[in-house]
Ligand binder design. Structure first.
Ligand SMILES: C[S@@+](CC[C@H](N)C(=O)[O-])C[C@H]1O[C@@H](n2cnc3c(N)ncnc32)[C@H](O)[C@@H]1O
Length: 354
């Protein structure tokens, strides 16, 4: 994975420039997408001049030149006989749902705050968050539903893009297990609770999260006709003195534990374990970067970690499965089942009390 030992010196120097200019390329690619240039070239199915693109997209000749020349250098546009056409890379930037979600999230949520990555890493605090969306919150989570509209949409677009895909397979797996009561810790706006209760009529799910997220989940649960079996329990999950509701069949933690530093993960798992009934299990769903079947997944995950540093909380990251096994063990749990390759590369780890 990420093996570069066989590339030539010249290739390596070019790759280094791609990194040195990455923020410039990123912004140009985003505008080629958002200002309709990729779309125009795709729809027209023929190469166009700068003048034609400028006129059709209603942007100046100068702006068109800046963006198209950058697009050519990044491999998203071809340039031949004074005309531009879209390449395969441009096609993915324009159409691929994962690329679109990643790009919008990186621009609308992370871009400005990442300028403060150095201070965030040194101070162990989301200094980027404090310079963008909130001067006072210790983490992004209490304010995700009240972020500016674009940031909110892109945050949820990113989160849901990955979890929705995994949930499709997970609903099939979990609805067969006849779970009566499940805690959905960090259940967010109810996507999982609604999916599971809709597929499994005897299951009740209780969401543990900030109140704002639970309020939104209730609206969605009502619309989906499962409000009677989607409950909510608002709390600050980082207050480890507060036990979870007890005597449950299962504790569900999806794309949740990566929001925390290792010591908090272990404490959260201990509280999960304490809430289980005799046959209860903890279900961890995570996209681990050491369990990806290709580099694309690992690349996206590894480079999501700086969001956690600068924007989310200053302490967490995307982890490897091997790290999570240790966290489970430290919390008095043992992993009894693992299913990889769910959605775009999530793993379900099922844990029992040791
Ligand atoms: C990344 S989202 C995961 C959402 C969902 N489980 C999924 O799979 O898409 C993490 C959730 O944990 C919640 N959360 C994070 N820290 C929290 C805290 N200290 N107290 C309560 N909820 C918290 C957030 O509000 C958010 O809904």
């Amino acid at each position: 994975m990420f093996d570069t030992k066989d590339i030539s010196g010249e290739q390596a120097l070019l790759e280094a420039q791609k990194i040195a200019f990455a923020p410039v390329i990123f912004q140009c690619a985003r505008l080629l997408r958002d200002w309709g240039i990729f779309n125009l070239l795709q729809v027209k199915k023929q190469p166009l001049t700068i003048q034609e693109i400028s006129k059709e997209c209603d942007i100046t000749i100068y702006a068109t030149q800046i963006l198209c020349e950058s697009g050519f250098s990044m491999g998203a546009l071809n340039f031949e006989d004074e005309k531009y056409s879209i390449t395969r890379i441009g096609y993915f930037l324009e159409n691929d749902e994962m690329t679109k979600a990643n790009m919008s999230y990186n621009h609308d949520v992370n871009y400005e705050g990442l300028f403060y990555l150095d201070r965030s890493l040194k101070e162990g605090k989301p200094v980027g968050l404090h310079h963008t969306f909130s001067k006072t919150e210790e983490t992004i989570y209490p304010i995700i539903t009240t972020l500016p509209k674009k940031a909110k949409d892109s945050w949820f677009g990113f989160d849901h893009f990955y979890s929705d895909a995994a949930f499709k397979s997970l609903v099939k797996i979990m609805s067969k297990r006849e779970i009566k009561n499940l805690l959905d810790v960090g259940g967010n706006t109810g996507k999982w609770s609604i999916a599971l209760t809709s597929a499994s009529p005897t299951t009740t799910v209780t969401i543990l999260d900030h109140k704002a997220q639970i309020d939104e989940a209730f609206i969605h649960a009502k619309e989906a006709g499962v409000k009677d079996r989607v409950k909510g329990y608002p709390l600050d999950l980082l207050d480890h003195s507060k036990p979870f509701p007890s005597d449950v069949d299962g504790v569900w933690m999806s794309q949740f534990l990566d929001c925390f530093a290792p010591s908090d993960i272990v404490n959260l798992l201990k509280r999960a374990k304490a809430s289980l009934n005799e046959n209860g299990r903890v279900y961890i769903v995570e996209p681990f970067w050491d369990r990806q079947s290709h580099e694309i997944g690992a690349y996206c995950l590894i480079n999501t970690s700086p969001y956690f540093t600068a924007m989310a909380n200053g302490t967490s990251k995307m982890y490897r499965a091997i790290e999570f096994k240790k966290f489970a063990e430290d919390a008095g749990l043992k992993v009894v089942e693992e299913i990889d390759g769910l959605g775009f590369g999530h793993t379900l780890m099922v844990c029992e009390a040791l």
